[in-house]
Design a protein around this ligand. Structure first.
Ligand SMILES: Cc1ncc(COP(=O)(O)O)c(C=O)c1O
Length: 427
């Protein structure tokens, strides 16, 4: 049988019920997501189930938001609060779930204060506002924050114009939007960009969306030292890398306590796929810039978010999610070692698989999910094509609490290796 390259195949919905969902969505939704034609109606553990009797192993986990699908403890906490406590009572009042959550997260992260939000974009946007607001007390008229090129922080106005990549995997960027200066991720460029207006640097600890690509300890510590020497702040976006994903509660912890940033944004997994929960955690010095009225969020720190966030943090501790992430990532990448044309790198359960010389990662991902008679079906997301290194990326981020060695064996042996090694053949 002749092999048809994946990019020449057509991938449609797997059945009539999914087709109907997809048809409606495509008709009425704005066209801002390039979706794979798969429409789950039920999820549990590591699996996604569609309305036509198909199931797929989830290796994206809601862009790192899911530790296990349907985290029962989070739902139990949510429903208990909903039936026996309050729903939304507004940030103008105090609430016990949030108070308890604050105590827990500050204890676990070692930060002094928390500014709660709902989604990741607004948490990071608000962290940058706070950073820029530090200009005034320092006598700076036009404060500037330094961001790193191709790092992703969500889709607010400020980040949308700075670090958003388009469907062709080219980056659109307005390097001078607001008080933002965007520089390449090397020490010399970062150092050169620092001037008398600079209040701080804000970066992902490791680049999630645009890779994943990982910073070395040496590079990260050099940036930390530079910011300390220049007396400016360092903030890290751990919306994707945090909460166990990279083998630590916060990925920067891999580099030791001397790496500690002044503030960190967290989100995604904190809401267990149930409610959006995000926040900035920071030192007293950094967070003291926030005064009544300078920031706020209707759903930020509301009781249900407090209960779910607490349940997630307890789940992470009780189930040793950090070391599980390391074990899963090591096991997965070791299984792909030695396969011609495939390279991997990872931190915990945030994994990059590179295919040499081809742009077909997208079609390989479609084939794994939707290919005829694929068993098991596997859902993971293609990343971008790097023309300089001539490699195509696939991002893999399994649900840490639900993924087992047996499921990895099944997915890798039956689906991932056969598809990726075909896709990596140079045409
Ligand atoms: C590092 C990082 N920051 C911020 C965000 C934005 O989060 P949200 O989509 O919840 O706004 C994302 C989302 O992928 C992210 O990966």
């Amino acid at each position: 049988m002749t092999f048809i390259p994946y990019e020449k195949r057509k991938y449609g919905p797997l059945g009539p019920n999914s087709k109907e969902i997809i048809k409606k969505t495509d008709k009425y939704s704005s066209n801002h997501y390039a979706r794979y034609p798969f429409a789950p109606i039920y999820s549990k553990g590591a699996w996604l189930y569609d309305a036509d009797g198909n199931k797929a192993l989830d290796f994206l986990a809601g862009y790192s938001s899911i530790l296990t699908h349907k985290l029962d403890e989070a739902f139990a906490a949510y429903t208990d609060e909903y039936y026996n406590g309050t729903d939304l009572i507004s940030g103008a009042l105090y609430n016990k779930p949030y108070a308890e959550f604050l105590e827990l997260i500050t204890n676990l992260t070692g930060y002094d204060k928390v500014n709660p939000k709902s989604d990741g974009g607004t948490a990071t946007d608000s962290a940058i506002s706070a950073l820029l607001n530090h200009g005034k007390p320092r006598g700076i008229k036009s404060p500037e924050a330094i961001l790193i090129e191709q790092y992703f922080h969500g889709r607010t106005w400020i980040f949308g114009s700075n670090a958003l990549f388009d469907d062709d995997q080219k980056y659109n960027r307005n390097p001078q939007a607001g008080g933002i200066r965007v520089v390449k991720n090397n020490l010399k460029d970062i150092e050169d960009a620092i001037n008398e207006n600079t209040v701080g640097i804000f970066m992902e600890t490791h680049q999630g969306e645009g890779g994943p690509l990982f910073n070395s300890k040496e590079h990260f510590l050099a940036i930390r030292k530079l910011t300390k020497d220049k007396k400016i702040f360092l903030g890290c976006d751990e919306i994707q890398t945090g909460l166990g994903r990279c083998g630590y509660l916060m990925a920067w912890q891999e580099f030791g306590e001397e790496a500690r940033p002044d503030f960190v944004t967290l989100g995604k997994a904190l809401g267990a796929g149930l409610v959006p929960v995000s926040m900035t955690v920071g030192t007293e010095e950094f967070m003291s810039i926030l005064k009544p009225g300078s920031d706020g969020s209707t759903y930020g720190g509301y009781p249900l978010a407090g209960r779910v966030g607490t349940a997630v943090l307890n789940y992470i501790q009780r189930n040793d999610i950090c070391s599980r992430a390391t074990k899963i990532g090591d096991y997965f990448t070791q299984k792909l070692t030695g396969i011609p044309g495939i390279k991997t790198d990872h931190r915990g359960a945030l994994i990059r698989v590179e295919l040499e010389g081809v742009k077909t990662a997208k079609y390989a991902c479609l084939e794994m999910l939707l290919g005829k008679n694929r068993n098991p079906r596997v859902f993971m997301k293609h990343g971008h094509y790097d023309p300089i290194r001539d490699v195509a990326y696939t991002r893999i981020a399994p649900p840490i609490g639900a993924m087992t060695e047996e499921l990895i064996d099944l997915a890798v042996e039956k689906t991932i290796i056969p598809v990726l090694s075909q896709a990596s053949r140079k045409k």
